[in-house]
Design a protein around this ligand. Structure first.
Ligand code: MG
Length: 279
C-alpha cells in the first residue's frame, strides 16, 4: 500500500462496485490516497484479498476505513438524533458488531484507523444516553486497540468542549478525532478554528469540507454543504492552523454533492486549492 505523505491530499470515498472500480474512480482524479467508506450493505466478507491486491497494484494508501449504517438520515436534527450512529437503541448492538467487523477488515488491509459518526453525544453527562455512549465507545476502542488501530469520532454534531469531555470520560488512549470543520458549521455547534484549539491534540485525520451555517429561526434545520472554499470555513486559515498544530496526516476532501459532474468539478477545484495552501 502507498505510504501516505505529510499533508497528502486524498479523498473521502465510498466502496461501490468492485475494489478495482472503486479505486480507479479516485485515481482518475490523480489522487493516491484516501479514506474508504463502507456502508452496512457493502459486502466485505471474502473480498479482503481483492482489496489487498488492488491497493498494492495501484499503490494506493488508505488512512481510514469509515463505517456507515443502514437507515441513517442526515436531513435535519431530529432525523440525525433518531437514526445516526449508536444512539438509537434498536440498532445499537448490530451496529457495534458491524463496526468491529469493519475494523477487522481494515486491520487485514493494515489500515490504522477506523471512523464513524457515533451520533449526538448528549451535552449533559447525567443524561442516561451519555453513559451508554461511553460504554459503547469503550467497547469499540478496546477492539480497535487489540488491532493496533485508533477509533476516530467525526466532529461537529456537538460542540468541541462536549466532545473533549466525552473523550476524557471514555478513558481510552486510542480514541481520536476525524476533524470535519464543515460539520461544526452545518450543525451550528461552533467555530471550526476555535474547535481546532480545543481538539487539536486528538486529531488523527481531517475532512476538507465546507458549508454554510443553518438558516436563522429554524431550530432543527442544518446548514448546506458547499464546494471547498465557497462556504464559511476559512480554508486557508484552517490549513495554516493545522500546520501550526503540527498535524501531518491526510487532507481528505469530502464532497457530498449528489450530481456526479458537479461533484467531480468541485473535487478538482478543492485539489487545486489545497495544493496551493499546503505549500
Ligand atoms: Mg465528514
Amino acid at each position: 500500500m502507498h505510504h501516505i505523505g505529510d499533508l497528502e491530499i486524498g479523498l473521502m470515498f465510498w466502496a461501490q462496485g468492485s475494489p478495482e472500480e472503486t479505486i480507479q474512480r479516485v485515481k482518475a482524479l490523480d489522487l493516491r490516497c484516501g479514506q474508504l467508506g463502507i456502508d452496512e450493505t457493502y459486502p466485505i466478507g471474502g473480498f479482503t484479498q481483492d482489496w489487498l491486491d488492488v491497493l498494492r497494484a495501484e499503490r494506493f494508501g488508505l488512512a481510514t476505513v469509515v463505517c456507515s449504517y443502514t437507515g441513517e438520515d442526515y436531513s435535519d436534527v431530529p432525523a440525525v438524533l433518531n437514526t445516526v450512529g449508536f444512539l438509537p437503541p434498536s440498532t445499537r448492538i448490530e451496529r457495534v458488531a458491524r463496526t468491529k467487523y469493519v475494523a477487522d477488515f481494515a486491520s487485514q488491509l493494515s489500515v490504522e484507523s477506523v471512523a464513524c459518526h457515533i451520533g449526538f453525544v448528549p451535552e449533559d453527562p447525567a443524561d442516561s444516553n451519555y453513559g451508554q455512549m461511553v460504554t459503547v465507545v469503550r467497547d469499540i476502542c478496546d477492539h480497535c486497540a487489540f488491532l493496533n488501530q485508533t477509533f476516530a469520532l467525526e466532529t461537529g454534531q456537538e460542540p468541541a468542549a462536549v466532545l473533549k469531555r466525552f473523550i476524557h470520560d471514555v478513558e481510552r488512549s486510542n480514541l481520536r478525532i476525524n476533524f470535519d470543520p464543515a460539520n461544526l458549521i452545518l450543525y451550528g455547534t461552533g467555530d471550526p478554528l476555535e474547535a481546532l484549539d480545543v481538539l487539536g491534540p486528538y486529531i488523527v485525520s481531517v475532512h476538507c469540507k465546507d458549508g454554510e451555517y443553518p438558516p436563522r429561526g429554524l431550530p432543527n434545520a442544518l446548514g448546506k454543504e458547499t464546494a471547498l472554499g465557497e462556504g464559511s470555513v476559512n480554508v486557508p486559515e484552517f490549513i495554516r492552523k493545522l500546520k501550526q498544530l503540527g498535524y501531518r496526516g491526510i487532507l481528505s476532501i469530502e464532497r457530498e454533492e449528489p450530481d456526479p459532474v458537479v461533484r467531480e468539478a468541485d473535487i478538482r477545484k478543492a485539489i487545486k486549492l489545497l495544493t496551493d495552501l499546503r505549500g
